[in-house]
Design a protein around this ligand. Structure first.
Ligand SMILES: NC(=O)c1ccc[n+]([C@@H]2O[C@H](COP(=O)([O-])OP(=O)(O)OC[C@H]3O[C@@H](n4cnc5c(N)ncnc54)[C@H](O)[C@@H]3O)[C@@H](O)[C@H]2O)c1
Length: 339
């Protein structure tokens, strides 16, 4: 049976972009997508891959241990790229339980399925699984908040501040422990904020565009001075593939776009593009719709990534400029709305 890579959460924002990238750039790889189809899954993603014999899909939950071991055994799973997660910080504040279940228990069950399928008891791989690899996708939010200076590196101490980042931190620790305890062949990436096509409408950039076009208030938390490092999703996907194939087992790689923006600056950049390609009928800028709303609880002030390790060791760097990527992104959401 052909070897397959299991992609968990492949119907979500980054997972579906990653699948698009792999099917285009590595057309000989076989992918098995496992997704629970939560509210965050893109219902149209599967249509993009219809008829592609290299991809199959299973609707299922990463917390379901029995199903996972069956999937591993029946599909010759030789690799895992683990995207599945509850990912929206606001939802983790209003309902943290699902975050603990999927992000911690789900990752645990997945690690267990990989361990039982791939590993002997003495930390060596079973025959037939010599090249197996497990890539855990994580976030820079596990490192907490920065002041005005400095950047997160792989050596930064964990200090998660939201139930989302705490659940991701716990999953990172489990992944690390499976390398050290069982020899499971893992790599982890901790990435900054992604943007690009196919993001769920609840996230910041799709929200700015949607509200602007609907002539509704564009909500900005607090002063809007919080800073994030933005990375185009395609550049993240290329980083993932680079680490998945070439990263040193047991290592962590921080991935970032060297593109720090305050939320207000990001909003202004989106609005500048909207004003030029879909101007308002009243002749005003969409900027007049910006409305400050009460700040998110425990809102981290600043995140920034120092991506020196992945650049120096694996030769990756972001290829698309922030301006070019934002233009692609805004056009994507406008085309989707106008279809
Ligand atoms: N979006 C970002 O800016 C960003 C940045 C850094 C890291 N990450 C991490 O990248 C990964 C993907 O993020 P995203 O933005 O694509 O998330 P997303 O919310 O868009 O997609 C998550 C996907 O996982 C699926 N899923 C959720 N629970 C599941 C379960 N129990 N079993 C199986 N499938 C399940 C959902 O149906 C959805 O398709 C996450 O692990 C996230 O923590 C995201």
């Amino acid at each position: 049976m052909d070897a397959k890579t299991l992609i968990t959460g492949g119907l979500g924002f980054i997972g579906s972009n990653y699948i698009d990238y792999i099917l285009e750039a590595k057309p000989f790889e076989n992918l098995l997508v496992l997704d629970k189809k939560t509210y965050a899954a893109d219902p149209d993603a599967l249509k993009r891959w219809e008829g592609n014999a290299r991809l199959s899909f299973i609707e299922g939950d990463i917390c379901d241990a029995q199903r996972l071991s069956q999937i591993f055994l029946e599909n010759n799973i030789q690799g895992v790229v683990h995207f599945a997660a509850e990912s929206h910080v606001d939802n983790s504040i209003s309902g943290p339980q699902a975050f603990v279940e999927t992000n911690i228990m789900g990752t645990f069950q997945l690690l267990e399925a990989a361990r039982k399928t791939w590993m002997d008891t003495n930390q060596s791989k079973k025959t037939g699984y010599e090249n197996a690899r497990f890539h855990h996708i994580s976030t820079d939010e596990v490192y907490g908040a920065l002041g005005p200076k400095g950047a997160f590196t792989e050596k930064t101490a964990y200090a998660p501040n939201s139930p989302y980042s705490a659940s991701k931190a716990a999953s990172d620790h489990l992944v690390r422990s499976y390398f050290h305890t069982y020899g499971l062949p893992v790599v982890t990436t901790n990435c900054s904020n992604n943007f690009g096509p196919y993001q769920h409408q609840e996230k910041l950039i799709p929200t700015i565009i949607r509200k602007a076009i609907q002539e509704k208030p564009i909500p900005i938390y607090g002063t809007g001075k919080n800073i994030r490092d933005w990375l185009f999703v395609l550049d993240h996907c290329i980083a993932i593939q680079t680490v998945f194939k070439k990263g040193t087992l047991g290592e962590v790689y921080c991935v970032g776009g060297d593109s720090e923006k305050t939320n207000l600056d990001l909003c202004a950049a989106v609005i500048q593009i909207l004003d030029s390609i879909q101007p308002r009928s009243n002749g005003e800028s969409y900027a007049t719709l910006i409305t400050h709303v009460p700040d998110r609880l425990g809102h981290d002030f600043r995140y920034a990534i120092d991506a020196t390790k992945i650049k120096n060791e694996l030769g990756w760097s972001a290829q698309t400029s922030f301006e070019e990527a934002l233009q692609i992104t805004v056009e994507h959401y406008l085309n989707k709305r106008n279809r």
